[in-house]
Design a protein around this ligand. Structure first.
Ligand code: HEM
Length: 174
């Protein structure tokens, strides 16, 4: 996983709980804590940090990943405005993930391995996103969708049908 994701997790944890808690998580996870944005680090490290955060806050892994995604989105908006500015709504933004967002990410971070979403439209304001990844982080994607709605000031309802680990159904209301 790219260092930029670890950097974002550090900012989200520090903003909400303070720098001492981030240091605790580093210790409890048994990871180095030194991540440069362009570097690649073991997925086990992010998993260990998420597990440490879950243990500390009494939440599940899924809840921590979702929370991280929601709070990371406004930071991504600050860091990469050019990925957000062309879109008027979070629906447009989300629908650009395969063709625009992650391809741009791969230019910025050449060996990034991003997930792919098979998109099926269910009418004008609803889509099913089938998650394809070498990882198991659909709950992060769920958080990104909810966080994007906050950034754009619109409303989305996101569900994992039947608790699926590979599909999100999203519908937007205006
Ligand atoms: C709707 C918008 C987005 C969704 C649903 C999404 C989803 C995800 C998910 C779930 C991952 C975790 C890795 C995996 O599951 O395989 C990921 C990785 C990543 N995403 Fe996105 N993302 C979105 C937007 C963005 C934006 C705006 C950026 C801005 C730079 C970004 C940059 C990255 C990077 C750097 C990685 C790490 C790849 C790696 O470590 O190799 N994503 N994305």
């Amino acid at each position: 996983m790219k260092g930029v994701i670890f950097n974002l997790l550090e900012r989200v944890v520090t903003d909400e709980f303070g720098a001492d808690i981030w240091d605790d998580l580093i210790d409890e996870a048994g990871v180095s804590g030194a991540y440069s944005s362009l570097g690649n680090y073991a997925d086990e490290d992010i998993e260990a940090l998420v597990a440490a955060a879950a243990a500390k806050t009494g939440q599940t892994r899924a809840q921590v990943l979702h929370w991280f995604g929601v709070h990371a989105m406004p930071l991504l908006r600050e860091l990469y405005p050019s990925l957000f500015d062309p879109h008027a709504t979070s629906q447009d933004f989300v629908l650009s993930v395969n063709e625009m967002i992650h391809p741009e990410v791969r230019k910025l971070y050449p060996d990034a391995v991003c997930p792919f979403f098979h998109v099926r439209r269910n009418g004008d304001n609803a889509v099913s996103l089938q998650y394809e990844s070498q990882r198991d982080m659909i709950d992060l994607a769920h958080g990104f969708l909810d966080g994007a709605a906050v950034v754009y000031g619109d409303k989305v309802a996101v569900e994992k049908p039947g608790g699926a680990s590979d599909r999100l159904d999203a519908s937007w209301t205006r």
